[in-house]
Write a protein that binds this ligand. Structure first.
Ligand code: IPT
Length: 995
């Protein structure tokens, strides 16, 4: 006999799947502390587990719901695509940690005598259940509910519920999602009284035209008081004047469904989903999902989330303009969908099916293509659809993720279409898209996405151009189910993607990968807290850091990437020209009546009194635009300096998810015609490269007329220009008046981001950089010249050992008007098209100048983009203004330390510290700056944020620029235009000491 856990079938003894609902029937939560014992094999503690007489007083206890690996038993495991067991379906290794659970419980005194049902909302990976010694059955499908009828078995007092949970089961072959393997009874356990004449299941069909049909397994009455409606089940009615449900206006009609023995709470949303003319329409109009992929994750509780955490997720999504969720890659806790109905989010509900690891078997034996698994796959589909069918928020069913193709998908498709013809189906991985109502891909490049928008994409491999399949796919709407891999610092290009998504009718939206970093709370040997990733667990295989790819840090602190997403997808567009602004309503359903528009003027980042007000915006319907005259901002009267007007669209009244005044969208426009024009993107100005012979040989310091010698004999000679002092040998700046500093040296390095590292050998820029030595430049002073009393020219060459490549540098200092002007010219030399590595053509991650300051410096103030960090392809969220921060607060604590805290387009920077002279730097026109208490090298070497400790100096970069962030950790290469080209770079700044 096949052991249950290895039987490919889905379960036995279970009740039919049905809707999840709230009713007035009594319900007893069985959550709490259960007896628990973990064993090493599938037999668990043996055959006595269900025996009510068994003395379990020596067992440990465990909280239910939870994952035992997060409650001090065994270890969590993380793999991305790999199965942590041999591909030997449907079998599992003998080593199979198995949790045996026991709970004694009594019924409340008033528990009705009728039928009772025991419900599990989620058990990972499978469960066998006994009540009072009797086997009820078993089930697989970790993120789906199952129920047993326990009528006649459950008794008023002294019940003994026993559950055996194997960590690995045949079900695990269908659950190879990129996430932690977290076994246990991790969702609620309940006992439900099922009254005589109660309702077992019901289906709501409510269209945006007011048509309503509720069917149930027993006759009942539907009542919706605010519509004055009383109608029997099975009878369709069309109601006048209902407001449709949408994510933007989640209008729910509360009511009841009553049968003889039970009253169910209804929360009906009238809405219609259809595909028409190659577009996705909801309520008759096109929609654009501004979505995220959400795993259930909490650093302490894993996938065992409480309701407050679900609400927190939804509030954060709504506040960041996210309007859609793909429940990657399994149905969430049912409460989450109830909350989506209430708060308003479009949901792509995805089935708990992923067989990704079969990639290592060349997809040989892939379960969807093997009859043995058909029932298990269909079972999962049924349980999702039946459970979630009444949620207006659920607008698309997704058949699963990354499971190749196979005949089972046809069965799944047919079953859903018969059961629920009201929602379209999504499946991404079958290149024929035969079972999908959407064309869909993951991580296309911008160019590929553009072609898809035009319905001009290359057909997937194996599909003949012009074939029926090709033509059908081209006619489908496109849903970008994953893009913008948010691993570490990034993603870049969110605005670029959004611009394309908003440009073509074919697109119905996109879902960033992913919502939250799956870091788990841990402590190191010294007791310091940190977030664990796969590599922090001593087990192979493991997917290392790949679980840290969210827009939220593990503790739900928004990352800069989420701020950027919020700006990129904001639902209001502004286009200021002449004396007016064209306001574009990018909502799909609602007008702009809920927003107020306020403006103010700042000069050099300082608000100008009286130059502030509100705009009167006439009615502007969904997807419409209005032109609004702008007041005369009085730029002329504002005074000298860079003058910017900021316009914000804010919530007029509080909503469920944000306060009145919450900023939904904004824009900024420069008013005065300044001397500087910002380049739209990082485009470092090109200058001709002089021949490679201009560098004089290394010389002893050329002591030139006017050089002042300082210090005692035998000490380093110093060179003075105005109030600036230089090391006479290296030419490095050491002092400006009272201010002590050191630098600059040419800096082409940054601590690689996850996206710099690419994916395996793909787009592995950091590996190429390291191969040619960009991480280990050595510097040679090439001589100092003093053309006149106020000028110092310091030449040098920087490059790595073993290579010819590098940059020849010229630092030209001029003392004028009590400040030190610095011009930096860097010219590439040597072989950048690596000969030994043939294929390498590297470009540096940074073109910068590194200084240090004494450790007593603590704060910065700057005029430029802020307050969050910004990069050339992730700068939309950073507005132009004046910002102040401590140096410590400039650091973004990515779970794995990497480059962070850059600020593009900085016009002016001041660095100060108690008792120290303040350094002021003016860019010409702009600089990128970073300031930190450690070097890029230390940042790179750190494994955890707490490895970073104060070096005793402040490391200040005043850079020409850095390359963008991209999202190449899983996705396309960084576009050329965001790289730092290998050519002459020149930039300049003025350094001054201020009080
Ligand atoms: C894609 C997966 O669907 C998702 O779960 C996650 O693993 C993501 O990649 C990377 O973090 S699949 C990949 C082959 C594109």
């Amino acid at each position: 006999m096949v052991a249950f856990h290895e039987d490919p079938g889905p379960g036995s003894g279970r009740r039919a799947a049905r809707a999840d609902f709230r009713s007035d029937a009594p319900r007893l939560s069985l959550n709490g502390r259960w007896r628990f014992l973990l064993s090493g094999t599938a037999d668990g503690t043996g055959p006595t587990l269900p025996d009510p007489e068994l003395d379990d007083s020596g067992w440990e206890t465990i909280r239910v719901p939870s994952h035992w690996v997060l409650e001090g038993h065994d270890q969590p495991r993380y793999t991305n695509t790999a199965y942590p067991f041999p591909i030997d379906p449907p079998y599992l290794p003998d080593d199979n940690p198995t949790g045996d659970y026991r709970l004694r419980f009594d019924l409340p005194p008033d528990w009705p005598a009728g039928r009772s049902v025991l419900r599990y909302q989620g058990v990972d990976s499978c469960g066998t259940v006994w009540l009072n010694g009797e086997l009820l059955g078993h089930s697989k499908g970790s993120r789906l509910p199952f129920e047993f009828d326990v009528t006649g078995l459950v008794r008023p007092r002294g019940n003994l519920l026993a559950v055996r949970v194997q960590r690995w089961s045949s079900g695990s072959y269908l659950e190879d999602q990129d996430m932690w393997w977290l076994p246990g009874i991790f969702r609620d356990v309940e006992l439900l009284s099922r009254p005589e004449g109660g309702i077992d299941d019901f289906t709501v069909r409510a269209s945006h035209d007011g048509t309503l049909l509720v069917t149930a397994d027993v006759p009942g009455i539907v009542e919706i008081p605010e519509l004055g409606l009383t109608v029997p089940t099975g009878q369709s009615v069309t109601l006048d004047g209902v407001e449709p449900w949408s994510a933007e206006h989640p209008r729910l009609y509360r009511g009841t469904l009553s049968a003889a023995g039970e009253r169910i709470e209804l929360a009906i949303g009238f809405r219609t989903v259809e595909i028409s003319g190659g577009r996705l329409l909801v309520n008759g109009v096109p929609v654009l999902f501004r979505g995220v992929n959400r795993h259930e994750h909490d650093p302490e509780r894993g996938r065992s989330l409480d309701r407050d955490t679900m609400i927190r997720d939804i509030e954060l999504m709504k506040r960041h303009n996210v309007n859609a969720v793909r429940t990657a890659h399994y149905p969430p806790h049912p409460e989450f969908l109830r909350l989506c109905d209430e708060y308003g989010l479009w949901v792509v509900d995805e089935c708990d099916i992923e067989t990704h690891g079969f990639i290592y078997a060349g997809w040989e034996g892939n379960p969807p293509d093997e009859p043995m698994w058909r029932e298990a796959l269909l079972d999962r589909t049924r349980r999702m659809v039946e459970r979630d069918k009444n949620h207006p928020s659920v607008v698309v069913w997704s058949l699963g993720n990354e499971s190749g193709s196979g005949a089972a998908f046809a069965d799944i498709e047919n079953w859903i279409r018969r059961r629920d013809p009201t929602r379209p189906l999504h499946y991404e991985r079958d290149p024929s898209y035969r079972h999908s109502d959407f064309h869909s891909l993951m991580y296309p490049s911008l160019d590929d996405l553009e072609r898809i928008g035009q319905r001009k994409e290359d057909p997937p491999e194996g599909v003949t151009p012009g074939s029926d399949e090709d033509v059908r796919r081209r006619g489908l709407p496109f849903l970008l189910c994953e893009y913008a891999h948010a691993m570490g610092n990034g993603p870049g290009s969110l605005s670029d993607y959004q611009a394309i998504l908003e440009s073509y009718e074919r697109f119905c939206g996109a879902f960033v990968w992913e919502w939250i970093d799956h870091g788990l709370s841990g402590r190191d040997s010294q007791g310091r807290p940190y977030y664990r990733h796969g590599g922090d667990i001593d087990a192979q295989p493991n997917g290392e850091r790949y679980c840290l790819d969210g827009l939220l840090f593990p503790d739900r602190t928004p990352s800069p990437g989420l701020a950027e997403l919020r700006k990129a997808i904001e639902p209001v567009g502004f286009d200021v020209s002449g004396g007016s602004v064209i306001i574009t309503n990018k909502y799909d359903m609602v007008d702009l009546g809920h927003l107020s528009f306020r403006w103010w003027v700042e000069v050099d980042g300082v608000p100008v009194e009286r130059l502030t007000g509100t705009l009167e915006v006439p009615r502007c319907g969904a997807r419409e635009r209005v032109r609004v005259p702008l007041p005369r901002f009085g730029a002329g009267s504002a005074g000298e300096g860079e003058t910017w007007v900021t316009i914000e669209a804010v919530l007029t009244a509080a909503t469920r998810w944000a306060q009145a005044g919450h900023v939904v969208a904004w824009t900024q426009v420069r008013l005065a015609t300044g001397t500087h024009r910002r380049p739209a993107r990082l485009s470092l100005p090109a200058a001709p490269t002089p021949p490679d012979d201009a560098l004089p040989p290394t010389t002893a310091v050329a002591v030139l007329p006017g050089v002042g010698w300082v210090g005692a004999e035998h000490e380093q000679p110093f060179v003075r220009v105005g109030a600036a002092e230089f090391d006479g040998r290296t030419g490095r700046l050491k002092r400006i008046g009272e201010l002590e500093l050191d630098g600059p040296v040419l800096d082409v390095w940054r601590a690689p981001t996850e996206n710099d590292r690419g994916q395996g050998p793909r787009n592995a820029l950091a590996a190429d950089w390291e191969a040619v030595g960009l991480d280990r430049f050595l510097h040679r002073s090439g001589g100092i010249e003093r053309p006149d009393d106020h000028t110092l020219v310091v030449r040098g060459r920087s490059g790595p050992a073993t290579r010819t490549l590098g940059f020849r540098t010229t630092f030209t200092y001029r003392w004028r008007d009590g400040a030190l002007h610095l011009q930096i010219d860097a010219d590439p030399v040597g072989d950048w098209l690596d000969t030994a590595y043939g294929h390498l053509s590297v470009s540096p991650p940074r073109m910068g100048a590194r200084f240090t300051l004494p450790g007593g410096y603590t704060d910065v103030t700057w005029f430029g983009r802020g307050p969050e960090e910004s990069y050339t392809d992730s700068r939309a969220a950073a507005r132009v203004g004046r910002f102040t921060s401590s140096i410590d607060a400039l650091q973004t604590p990515y779970v794995v330390p990497q480059e962070n805290g850059n600020h593009v387009e900085t016009r002016r920077l001041e660095v100060s510290g108690p008792g120290l002279a303040t350094l002021r730097v003016d860019g010409e026109p702009h600089l990128d700056f970073t300031a930190r208490r450690w070097t890029s090298e230390t940042l790179q070497a750190a494994r955890r944020p707490h490895d970073l400790t104060d070096s005793g100096r402040v490391w200040l970069n005043l850079d020409h620029g850095q390359q963008g962030l991209g999202s190449a950790s899983c996705g396309p290469a960084l576009p050329e235009r965001y790289r730092v080209p290998v050519r002459r770079h020149s930039w300049s700044m003025t350094l001054a000491v201020v009080d």
